[in-house]
Design a protein around this ligand. Structure first.
Ligand code: ADP
Ligand code: GLC
Length: 481
């Protein structure tokens, strides 16, 4: 049996701000249980839903020296759908109203979490062969493993993987502050380790010290070695190219299944979608106050509202798009300028545009099920899960050909009757509009072709089956069995 510990800042169903939580919550279920004991450790946030918090089983606590004093580390546990989740408790750090906020505070919070997660292992009686870290919040884990946790039998030979879900966020502050917080010696703050000019970079530490680095699609693995996508770390990623690979994300096929989904009003499958899927559209049109009309093409957008998601392109052509025979349903929260932009178009084109500026798991499923097409014109996209959810619900993605979007959506080829969606190459608003209008044309003029594309979209397999095997191979290779 190989023991694997995943360390992350979020995991469904306990706490989620984006796709990272989906991955950390669903991937561990998909390993071969006879060979891998995969457990997860996350912070015990005070803002976690109470129906989970009250189920956690208290294990023990200890004190750990960190950032100038001895600090409380409480440990809790819950077995959820066959996977053991551990939770690190410290209300000083994890007591806020949401997981992330002020950058400097987040850096201290997750440096604490990283150190606490490693320190907890002997107490938990779980000795991983490999520690699998996710994103900048856990960047110090591989560093600590090569530093203070190096000596002694328990941590000897423990391997580490750093998975990059989003290179944009790196956990950067001045060297003095990060050194003070982390307790790492001067040795670590040179340019080939954590330092970037006068700053220290937690993700850089993880990438430099992990035994292996992965990211969440093959295309993104190539992109991040270039200056445009590399966010200043392309040099290091290029240097580590022989220990870097892309493994495309999957989604939870039980949670996202139109045939069994309790969150949508009308269930459907790949056989009866022609008749049944549209009932979800009708219900959503009624619920959101849009014109109730089965025949109107409905385009969805479910997203964090940040510049990563290509919303500047959308803002640019929204007036033009709204002259077309389409309905647009947006669900998202984020930067105020984008929230207000969608509110404005909702006000201006009330029966065509519905801006839902909030976070709701239920509403996201309804949008995936109800819409005909799904818009995701990202500036960059490490993998993207929303387009995978759309494919699963027979809602055809319209995407920019970048990162995981390029790897998961096959562009429509009308001559060979191939493809599962529509795509465009350049970050250009009118190129995007042309792709949307091409989709409109197929939808309105060649409905049989459209439906065949839905057939193909729903037949795709983006469950974790394939990708979990790829992680298993890397685990086995690193552990050396
Ligand atoms: P990212 O991780 O960059 O935000 P992904 O496409 O990988 O993008 O994952 C986004 C996840 O967050 C999906 O599960 C999507 O359905 C969900 N999501 C985003 N915004 C909302 C929202 N306002 N309400 C509900 N779910 C949302
Ligand atoms: C990040 C990326 C997204 C990816 C997700 C899960 O949030 O922005 O593209 O799907 O992580 O890996």
């Amino acid at each position: 049996m190989k023991n694997i510990l995943m360390v992350a800042s979020e995991a469904v169903p306990f706490i989620k701000t984006g796709g990272l939580a989906d991955v950390v919550g669903s991937l561990p279920k998909c390993f071969n249980k006879d060979e891998y004991d995969v457990r997860v450790i996350i912070p015990k946030y005070l803002c976690m839903p109470w129906h989970f918090t009250c189920q956690l089983e208290y294990i023990t606590n200890f004190y750990m020296y960190f950032a100038g004093m001895n600090r409380y580390v409480g440990l809790f546990k819950l077995v959820h759908e066959g996977v053991t989740f551990y939770f690190v408790d410290n209300e000083h750090y994890f007591g806020g109203p949401k997981p992330y906020g002020d950058t400097k505070w987040d850096i201290e919070k997750f440096a604490f979490f990283s150190r606490a997660a490693l320190s907890a292992l002997p107490v938990l009686g779980f000795k991983p062969d490999l520690v699998h870290c996710h994103d900048w919040q856990t960047g110090l884990v591989p560093v600590y493993m090569k530093d203070s946790f190096r000596g002694g039998e328990f941590y000897a030979n423990m391997k580490s993987i750093m998975t990059i879900h989003n290179l944009k966020f790196q956990g950067v502050w001045d060297i003095e502050t990060i050194q003070g917080i982390s307790g790492l010696s001067d040795y670590y703050f040179s340019i080939d380790k954590l330092a970037v000019k006068k700053d220290a970079n937690m993700l850089k530490g993880g990438i430099a010290y992990a035994d292996f680095v992965t990211t969440v699609s093959e295309t993104y693995a190539e992109e991040i070695k270039t200056e445009f996508y590399g966010e200043g770390l392309n040099g290091l990623l290029w240097a580590r190219r022989d220990s870097l690979c892309g493994i495309v994300n999957g989604i939870d096929y039980d949670e996202y299944n139109p045939a069994t989904d309790e969150r949508i009003p009308f269930k459907y499958n790949d056989i009866n979608f022609r008749k049944e899927k549209v009932k979800n559209k009708r219900a959503l049109q009624q619920e959101l106050g849009l014109e109730v009309n089965d025949k109107k093409m409905m385009i969805g957008l479910v997203s964090r509202l940040t510049d990563q998601k290509g919303l500047d392109l959308v803002a640019h052509i929204m007036d033009e798009l709204c002259q077309d025979d389409v309905q647009i349903v947006v669900l998202g929260t984020g930067e105020e300028k984008y929230e207000n932009m969608f509110r404005y178009f909702d006000w201006k084109y009330g029966n065509k545009v519905s801006a839902n500026i909030y976070y709701s798991e239920d509403m996201s499923h309804k949008v995936y099920a109800a819409c005909d097409a799904f818009l995701m014109p990202s500036l960059f996209e490490p993998c993207g899960l929303s387009q995978l959810m759309s494919l699963r619900y027979g809602t055809l993605p319209i995407v920019r050909e970048t990162g995981g979007l390029r790897d998961t959506v096959k562009p429509y080829n009308e001559f060979e009757s191939q493809g599962t969606g529509f795509s465009f190459a350049n970050y250009n608003a009118h190129e995007m509009l042309a792709a949307i209008r091409y989709a409109e044309k197929v939808y309105y003029d060649r409905k049989r072709e459209w439906n065949k594309m839905v057939d193909r979209a729903m037949a795709e397999d983006f469950s974790w089956n394939t990708s979990a095997r790829k992680y298993e191979n890397i685990y086995s290779w690193l552990i050396g069995w």
